[in-house]
Design a protein around this ligand. Structure first.
Ligand code: ATP
Ligand code: MG
Ligand code: MG
Length: 380
């Protein structure tokens, strides 16, 4: 079976690597260069997008900001999973919030903004501090403002107005203000839903962000009650979208109560640990779901952590000397802050995982790999 992935980055690459042994063949469409490529070797294929769609048995996406014409073509093929509606919802925070309300899943109090009056109203009603986000096109914490003081309001509004004005009639731009949530930590759940509507979820993942970018994830330390909240939210959201494939949901944990931050209609960075922590990774399960194959196990084999490699031109090979550690390199051109690869490490229990993270912290400088040492200390 041939599968076409919209987007040709590391997520497409890891989907391809995970699917080869199932005899599934993945090609990727690079929306920037408008070329069809092999996402592992980066070799260019002599197919147009239309030809790639015709020869594919299933089409999916590795990101949510897909050009409208491409999305329409794929939707018309009848082979596109999780579907244009799910992708559009994940790519627009206004649609996302409407979905959460429909599915009755709790999130931060919010207000949509398309003019200044809405912004002033949000400040009055929700009260500062606020997190203000562009509804379209944001990722890795880009396109956000923190509104903390009355003195900043005018300056922030002028920047917001520029964004709103950059939209077109066909694709209008909007902004959302959210109450800043005093969370204890951030967690996410990755799950998969098949074409018959069966849902399976991976264990909850705890995530650490540095400057808005995910730096470290850890799975295998959660309590049942909190897992249950995340699973319920997953089922409600995936069913409301009649979703097929892997879906990620990010939450704020506020004293044991989960509030949804955002959803991602795709495989997700906070699920990369499943490559070593589970029998079937998020990538393979996504490939299985969109191809109509039976889903694989999402059970945790052993506590596992993932460390993102940001902006580095290589991963020190000595990390492989730490037991049950492996690296995943994306073969991209290095740029400051860019996601270049990740390191997965497992232990038979949390204590052993902590010891191994401690060994890794001795190799990986804190400046480039923040939080490894602190996480190790918290587990040992
Ligand atoms: P991603 O790369 O995860 O898609 P993004 O650009 O879509 O990132 P968000 O996940 O919405 O951005 O926000 C980035 C980070 O900002 C969050 O992980 C969280 O740390 C912080 N944040 C976002 N919204 C709020 C909020 N309402 N209250 C407190 N912190 C927030
Ligand atoms: Mg996001
Ligand atoms: Mg996020």
């Amino acid at each position: 079976m041939n599968i076409l992935v919209l987007g040709a980055g590391q997520l497409a690459r890891m989907m391809s690597l995970s699917a080869t042994h199932l005899d599934l063949h993945v090609l990727a469409y690079d929306v920037g260069s408008k070329q069809v490529i092999d996402p592992v070797t980066f070799a260019t294929k002599e197919f147009t997008l239309e030809q790639a769609i015709t020869r594919s048995h299933a089409i999916t996406a590795e990101f949510e900001h897909i050009p409208h014409d491409v999305l329409t073509l794929c939707a018309q093929s009848g082979k596109f999973y999780p579907g244009a509606q799910a992708i559009a919802t994940g790519g627009d925070r206004a649609k996302e919030k409407a979905l959460l309300d429909k599915a009755k899943v709790a999130c931060a109090p919010y207000q949509l903004i398309t003019e200044k009056g809405h912004f002033l109203n949000a400040i009055e009603r929700l009260e500062m501090p606020l997190v203000v986000k562009t509804c379209q096109a944001g990722y890795d914490g880009k396109g956000q403002w923190r509104v903390k003081r009355q003195e900043d309001v005018e300056q922030i509004w002028s920047e917001m107005a520029t964004f709103i004005a950059s939209g077109t009639e066909l694709a209008p731009h909007s902004i959302i203000a959210e109450k800043m949530i005093p969370f204890d930590r951030e967690v996410s759940i990755i799950g998969v839903r098949d074409k018959q509507g069966q849902c399976k979820t991976y264990p909850l993942t705890e995530n650490q962000h540095t400057n808005g970018v995910l730096t470290l994830s850890i799975a295998g330390k959660e309590k049942l009650a909190i897992e249950q909240q995340a699973q319920d939210a997953f089922n409600a959201i995936a069913n409301a979208l009649d979703y097929v494939g892997v879906l990620a949901i990010e939450f704020f944990d506020v004293q044991g109560t989960l509030l949804v931050n955002e959803i991602a209609p795709r495989v997700h960075n906070s699920g990369h640990w499943t490559q070593q922590g589970c029998h079937v990774s998020q990538f393979e399960n996504h490939m299985r779901a969109v191809s109509g194959l039976p889903l694989g196990s999402t059970e945790l084999i052993r506590p596992t952590a993932m460390i993102n490699v940001l902006g580095q031109s290589s991963i020190p090979h000595s990390v492989l000397g730490v037991s049950d550690t492996t690296s995943h390199w994306y073969a991209k051109e290095a740029k400051p802050g860019r996601k270049m690869g990740h390191i997965n490490v497992s232990g038979k229990d949390l204590k052993q995982l902590g010891e191994r993270l401690d060994d890794l912290a001795a190799i990986l400088p804190e400046h480039d790999y923040p939080g490894v040492k602190a996480t190790a200390d918290s587990l040992i």
